[in-house]
Design a binder for this molecule. Structure first.
Ligand code: PGU
Length: 402
């Protein structure tokens, strides 16, 4: 028999979203006629938009001809696409050859964890997207288990709560090799200001740390004063990698397309450019994003595609408004849902899994319990803004009885 990877045994529980699905199925078994509304996982629901579909379709047509067919492409992505992405989404702050196209941000996070290996220390916002911690634990980033803190030594939780404007107090923060930072944040919906991100970059520069900046929701930022990319901050090119995705802005959750930016200036302490190792990882463990998906991505970056992106985002953000207003009416305090597609609702003094169950049983609505995103998520519930409008209208009626 084969010995089990000991890191797998260190994971505290199953991955959050399948666990939520399991509870939903369990509920449905007991109540087969229940009409459940899912505001849990952040999964897009609206159809692909016409200009993007045309881009996808054209590539399918091209692939079906002898002259147009292509097999494996460059592992880093189509050169023209990389250049367009640097120009259209980053306004030229980065170069095309610093962009590595992929099959999604989640997959890139896992590959980054493989690249950095098990010897690093890391910090995460608490609460945050569970893949940062779970993926790192799978890669062996743990150190000893600290019984008193109920945490692994090499994983530092940076508390982000109402009291600190969801931005960690860096003055009391210990140094780590890596700092995962997500803005707009999943799950709180908080967006770090330019001043806050400058502090973070300064902190990383001082400590010679590397920031892994997840901007999967950056297109949801409507306030022009808020930074969409870490590279809007001076000095970030020497300390930050940015991971991002077409999933949430253009509905590619199923199509699969994302990217990672590794600037030329970012180096390991022996002087090796991080970009070289990332290129080695991508050429070894990845065979390039789907050519069809990449052509859809290119269409999304054209003027008509960008306009479609804006209207999709407006649609989901109107859903967020509907939920926020309903919570306001009930006197339930919430944040997020303004520059991010998640509403973070506060149930002080309550256990979030308990509130999750109550909302499921009383309203037949699936949400996400805050504790699933880290200890500081306790007492909160995340409402996703991804869903059909009619489901949101129905959901707010049901929330009345809460
Ligand atoms: N980064 C963040 C911060 C996310 O919230 C998500 C998806 C991703 C990356 C994944 O991007 P892809 O490009 O599609 O790989 N978060 C969703 C879905 C759950 C999941 O496990 O990815 C959520 O509900 O939190």
């Amino acid at each position: 028999m084969v010995k089990r990877n000991t890191n797998m045994a260190k994971l505290t529980a199953g991955y959050l979203f399948p666990e939520i699905n399991r509870r939903k199925r369990e509920y449905l078994q007991k109540n087969p006629s229940a009409k459940i509304i899912s505001l849990g996982i952040g999964n897009t629901t609206e159809p692909l938009t016409p200009h993007v579909v045309e881009g996808l379709r054209k590539e399918v047509d091209r692939l079906s001809t002898r002259e147009g067919y292509s097999g494996y492409g460059d592992e880093q992505g189509i050169t023209e696409f990389r250049a367009q992405l640097a120009e259209k989404l980053y306004g030229g702050l980065i170069k095309g050859d610093e962009v590595f196209i992929s099959d999604g941000a989640k997959c890139d996070i896992a590959r980054l964890q493989t690249m950095f290996g098990s010897e690093v220390t890391m910090a995460v916002q608490d609460p945050s997207y569970p893949v940062y911690v779970d993926g790192s634990v799978i890669s062996g980033v743990t150190g000893y288990y600290n019984d008193a803190r109920c945490q692994f030594d090499n994983i530092v939780y940076m508390k982000c709560c109402l009291e600190n404007d969801f931005f960690p107090d860096l003055s009391s923060q210990q140094r780590t090799d890596l700092i995962y930072f997500c803005s707009p944040n999943n799950p709180t919906g908080a967006v770090a200001s330019k001043k806050q991100l400058s502090e973070l970059v300064e902190f990383a520069r001082k400590n010679r740390s590397i920031i892994i900046f997840d901007s999967a929701y950056s297109e949801y930022i409507s306030d022009p004063s808020l930074p969409k990319s870490i590279y809007e901050i001076e000095g970030a090119r020497e300390v930050a990698i940015e991971v991002s995705s077409f999933s949430k802005p253009i509905g590619f959750t199923g199509v699969r397309l994302g990217w990672t930016v590794v600037p030329d200036q970012l180096k390991f302490d022996d002087g090796t450019p991080v970009r070289n190792d990332w290129n080695r990882i991508m050429t070894t463990l990845f065979n390039g994003a789907s050519n069809i998906a990449q052509h859809g991505g290119m269409a999304a970056l054209e003027a008509a595609g960008l306009a479609e992106m804006r209207s999709l985002i407006t649609y989901y953000m109107d859903n967020a408004k509907i939920i926020k207003q309903a919570l306001d009416r009930k006197g339930i305090k919430s944040c997020g849902g303004i520059n991010a597609p998640y509403v973070w609702a506060h149930f002080p003094g309550r256990k979030s899994w308990e509130v999750f169950t109550e909302i499921l049983e009383k309203c037949q609505i699936v949400t996400t319990p805050g504790a699933g995103f880290g200890p500081a998520g306790e007492g909160f519930i995340r409402f996703s803004a991804f869903g059909h409008r009619e489901d949101f209208i129905e959901a707010v009626k049901r929330l009345e009885i809460l």
